[in-house]
Design a protein around this ligand. Structure first.
Ligand SMILES: NC(=O)c1ccc[n+]([C@@H]2O[C@H](COP(=O)([O-])OP(=O)(O)OC[C@H]3O[C@@H](n4cnc5c(N)ncnc54)[C@H](OP(=O)(O)O)[C@@H]3O)[C@@H](O)[C@H]2O)c1
Length: 273
């Protein structure tokens, strides 16, 4: 499993299983169990996904030593507004059945709260409840605000990122600041025809890979962690099997140039939840 090093020295597996929109606890459990059997060592959940309990149980039942599995969860917006960050991480740990997470992310930059919240995230980190702390859906201007008073630079910024939303400026910004970018919705979340794009299909054919594997590989080669979600074992296997081929610099550029700023999720500068 390929790993990246975060800015505090913690190693993060470059490919994770995402578990958004798997509300059914039994399906979450089976999905995570299957992924761990296949070799995944990084699971991306969140309080708001409502499935931390099943994730934790699958991690425990896998028999794989805890230190070998990287677990990410996230601080939801209401807990930022109420200022109950310590309570939120404790509740997540309780549901997961863990005494620490590997990465704790602020899920969205909630206006008027995200700078103050970072101070509390730093406390969570210092108390050892998270081995690394980071953010999600932050644009450079949010990070600029946060970095003015931050003692700890976020280790990760998890953003929506797939070929039609290539996010090169945000990635460049993060990399310049030592913040590791991480792509959510890396396959286009099943909402676009990106996997049927002619260029991507052509490149996939050249390497005997699928379009999904090509778009994941593109992000990996840009230094971006990918967290594809699938409840299907064969797709999970496919999404993990992306380290045995290498896109050329020209192909990377061609895929990046498919960018049309097409956001499928919410806009970090304009959301109402
Ligand atoms: N930080 C945030 O705000 C945020 C927001 C959204 C998501 N996330 C995280 O990012 C993860 C991934 O994003 P996502 O779930 O929205 O979208 P995604 O991973 O881009 O796409 C998932 C969709 O693609 C399908 N799929 C998976 N592998 C495939 C393959 N090899 N070939 C064809 N189709 C495939 C899945 O179907 P099946 O499951 O039926 O196979 C599902 O419909 C989430 O699970 C979550 O952990 C974070």
């Amino acid at each position: 499993m390929e790993k990246f090093k975060l800015n505090n020295g913690v190693e993060i597996p470059a490919i994770a299983l995402g578990v958004f929109r798997i509300e059914d606890q039994k399906i979450t459990y089976e999905t995570v169990k299957s992924a761990l059997e296949l070799g995944y060592r990084h699971i991306d959940t969140a309080m708001i996904y409502g499935n931390e309990e099943a994730v934790g149980k699958a991690v425990k039942d896998s028999g794989i030593p805890r230190r070998e599995i990287f677990v990410t969860t996230k601080l939801w917006n209401d807990d930022q507004r109420s200022g109950k960050v310590e309570g939120a991480i404790d509740a997540s740990l309780n549901r997961l059945g863990l005494d620490y997470v590997d990465l704790y992310l602020v899920h969205w930059p909630v206006k008027e709260h995200y700078v103050e919240v970072w101070k509390r995230m730093e406390k969570v980190y210092k108390e050892g409840k998270a081995k690394a702390i980071g953010v999600s859906n932050y644009n450079p201007h949010h990070l600029d605000d946060l970095l003015k008073t931050a003692e700890i630079v976020p280790a990760v910024n998890q953003i929506e990122c797939y070929p039609y939303l290539a996010q090169q400026p945000v990635i460049d910004y993060c990399q310049a600041k030592g913040i590791r970018p991480e792509a959510w919705g890396p396959l286009g979340a099943g909402k676009t025809d990106v996997l049927g794009n002619q260029l991507i299909e052509h490149i996939a054919g050249k390497y005997g890979k699928t379009s999904a594997q090509v778009v994941l590989r593109w992000n990996l080669q840009r230094g971006v962690i990918v967290i594809p979600k699938s409840v299907h074992r064969e797709r999970q296997a496919q999404n993990l099997n992306i380290t045995d081929f290498e896109l050329t610099p020209e192909e990377l550029k061609q895929i990046t140039s498919l960018d049309k700023n097409l956001r499928l999720g919410s806009d970090p500068d304009n959301f109402d939840f």
